[in-house]
Ligand binder design. Structure first.
Ligand code: TRP
Length: 353
């Protein structure tokens, strides 16, 4: 069915199909295979991907070519990609609704990357913020792949002619370059082949999840214990939450909450019942709150909330046969989409058909 919609967007003659023609955008996003998913990733991004699957034609892939730009000889390349795939599937990405694949299973991307590189200039690539950061971080390995990270990312997106790219703020410059490359290609070859993709998020329900150490965002680089991972064991979750930073408690009724306490309430609002939140709000306002009790409640609610993820991660992670099948299915679908774009690209450039 999915495939059908796809052709509808590419071949106008299929517009006569009996299927309802809906305006489905093509969505594409890449996920770097860096460690485990935490609650911040879930509420900040993943939950939106899951929703987008029902409304759009989605392509989600694990960016395992891009990993070589920073880790040229990675340990366990496949296992890292596999692990991230398992977690995304466990969180609700559906291989029937979306095309879910490993970037390295779609070498067509590399051919498009080559074409885009022919019209990508040293000056503009050197000015990219992420490149400058990496030059500072790894001065001994400023490789051409790192410099052309944005052209590979553009190829990832343009190979499916995606128009919507759900990414965070830190990727906006890359997306702008994608538009530049797309537009440049279109005007060089007098074509309208590539649409210009835009960043895309369901802004209103992006929930910011704070960390446990009293700092801002939940993140893995903020130190052990700051983040709750979707596959953390219940005992680990209890330990992390019981250790979360608090203060000595309110002294005046209705007193404003310090950041670390507000953070605990924000976590509670994400995973606990409205009643539980209200109860502790009242306890706080009347200066009777016992943080130990609140943390116990939060820990149990967090364990309950993450339980289905944990179970599915364990189940899928142990099922290599199903995983391989999902990867093959995604590869096939991605290939079909990519092949079509690449045939058009080769045609407008002037290669033999
Ligand atoms: N650069 C993105 C990141 O660091 C990952 C990525 C690679 C990506 N290719 C992409 C994101 C294509 C969106 C579309 O998170």
């Amino acid at each position: 069915m999915q495939r059908y919609f796809f052709f509808v967007t590419l071949h106008t003659e299929r517009l006569t199909s009996p299927l309802p023609i809906m305006k489905r955008e093509i969505v594409c996003s890449g996920i770097r295979p860096t460690g485990n998913l935490h609650l911040g990733n879930y509420f900040g991004a993943l939950r939106n991907f899951v929703k987008m699957q029902d409304e759009h034609e989605c392509f989600f892939f694990v960016a395992d070519y891009h990993s070589l730009t920073t880790h040229p000889t990675p340990d366990n390349l496949y296992n890292n990609a596999r692990q991230i795939l398992v977690q995304y599937l466990a969180a609700g990405l559906d291989p029937e609704k979306s095309t879910i694949y490993l970037q390295s299973d779609l070498p067509e991307t590399v051919e498009l990357y080559l074409f885009l590189n022919m019209n990508a200039y040293l000056g503009e690539l050197e000015r990219v913020t992420s490149f400058k950061d990496k030059v500072r971080q790894q001065p001994g390995n400023v490789n051409a792949g790192l410099l052309t990270y944005p052209t590979l990312m553009a190829a990832d997106i343009l190979i499916h002619k995606a128009t919507r790219v759900p990414v965070g703020k830190d990727q906006e410059q890359h997306l702008e370059m994608t538009r530049t490359f797309a537009q440049r290609f279109n005007s060089m070859y007098h074509t309208e082949l590539f649409p210009l993709p835009q960043a895309y998020n369901y802004g209103h329900d992006l929930v910011k999840i704070p960390g446990l150490n009293g700092s801002g965002k939940m993140g893995k680089s903020e130190g052990e214990g700051n983040a709750i991972f979707l596959n953390d064991d219940p005992s680990v979750i209890r330990k992390k939450i019981m250790k979360a930073k608090t203060d000595s408690g309110p002294v005046e009724p209705g007193q404003a909450k310090p950041v670390e306490i507000e953070n605990l309430f924000a976590l509670m609002r994400a995973v606990s019942s409205a009643d539980a939140v209200r109860y502790f709000e009242e306890q706080y306002d009347s200066c009777q709150i016992r943080y130990g009790d609140m943390k116990k409640q939060l820990a149990e609610d967090m364990i309950r909330f993450t339980e289905p993820f944990r179970a599915r991660i364990a189940e899928l992670g142990a099922d290599e046969v199903s995983l391989r099948r999902i990867m093959d299915h995604g590869k096939e679908r991605a290939h079909e989409s990519a092949r079509h774009t690449l045939d058009e690209v080769r045609h407008v450039i002037g290669y033999r058909q």
